[in-house]
Every structure is written in C-alpha cells, then in structure tokens.
Design a protein around this ligand. Structure first.
Ligand SMILES: Cc1cc2nc3c(=O)[nH]c(=O)nc-3n(C[C@H](O)[C@H](O)[C@H](O)COP(=O)(O)O)c2cc1C
Length: 147
C-alpha cells in the first residue's frame, strides 16, 4: 500500500505535528505543498491532503496541488487543523471534480494566534495535544484496516 500525504502547515506547524505523528507510526511519504508544485501521483494507492484552515479554506498551495496533480478516481483522505471551525468544503469541491473516493476526514484544533487572537495570547492553546495526536494515528490506522 503506497501512501502519500500532501500538506501545508505555515502558522505554528500544527498540521505538521499531526502528519509527522502518522508518519512516525506508519510508512507514509510526506510532501510539503508549499515547496513541491508538481508530482506524479498515479502510483499511489491512497492520498492524504492535510492543511491548517486559513480564511475558511485549506491552504492555497494544497488546493492548487490537488487541482494540478490529483489523478481521477483516487482514494483520498483529508486532515485539517483549525482555530475556530473545521472546514473541508474547499477540498471536497476539487475532489468531486476528480471523482475521488473520499474515505475519511480528520480534524482537530490547532493553536491560533492570527490577528486579534494574538492580543489574548491565542486560542486553542496547547493543540494539537497528545490526545489529538493519538486520535490522528487511530484515524489513520482505521483507514488502513478499511483499505
Ligand atoms: C492567516 C490565517 C487565517 C486563519 N483562518 C482561520 C479560519 O478561517 N478558521 C479557523 O478556524 N482557523 C483559522 N486560522 C487558524 C489556523 O487554521 C490554525 O491555527 C491551524 O492549526 C494552523 O495550522 P498550521 O500551524 O499547520 O499552519 C487561521 C490562521 C491564520 C494564520
């Protein structure tokens, strides 16, 4: 089973903590979409897209990466970290256009000091927690069992 997770984690590395934890536990390739723009994904059995939520969307680098590189009819899972509210629609719209099979979604809070939140020391402090990381690995293991 060949798996890759394409991610963007630009605020506090919250999303990176999640994907690193999964990659520590299981064999997964990680690709930073802010660095890599084009890639042949045809050889992967399962693809993950992971991002913080910025202005109500996945990071533009992840959205662009998926639009450009995701082949039709792939199995896909999504991961996001957020300060206030989870969001998957920005990715789901792209996945629909690619006839992807969305096999799972995971989200958890991520420390957020954007804009006015900085003045109060940020929100979702301490997230992702150890418990969040454990839940992410469990989510991934669940996907592997289904696959
Ligand atoms: C520019 C910016 C915009 C953000 N917009 C949102 C938002 O619309 N909704 C939300 O819930 N969190 C928002 N956040 C908080 C991030 O989604 C949250 O901190 C996330 O865990 C960041 O992930 P990262 O550290 O992997 O980049 C925003 C953060 C930044 C820096």
């Amino acid at each position: 089973m060949k798996v890759v997770i394409v991610y963007a984690s630009v605020h506090h590395g919250n999303t990176k903590k999640i994907v690193d934890e999964i990659a520590k536990a299981k064999e997964v390739e990680l690709v930073d979409a802010t660095q890599v723009k084009e890639m042949d994904l045809s050889g992967y059995d399962l693809l993950g897209f992971a991002s913080g939520i910025y202005y109500g969307k996945f990071h533009q680098a992840v959205l662009n990466f998926a639009s450009v590189n995701l082949p039709q009819d792939k199995k896909v899972f999504l991961i996001c970290t957020y300060g206030g509210k989870t969001e998957f629609q920005s990715m789901e719209t792209i996945l629909e256009g690619k006839h992807a099979d969305l096999v799972g979604k995971f989200s958890c809070k991520g420390y957020d000091t954007y804009g006015p939140f900085k003045l109060i020391g940020g929100i979702a402090k301490g997230h992702p927690t150890e418990k969040d990381l454990e839940a992410a690995v469990n989510f991934y293991q669940g996907l592997m069992k289904k696959a």
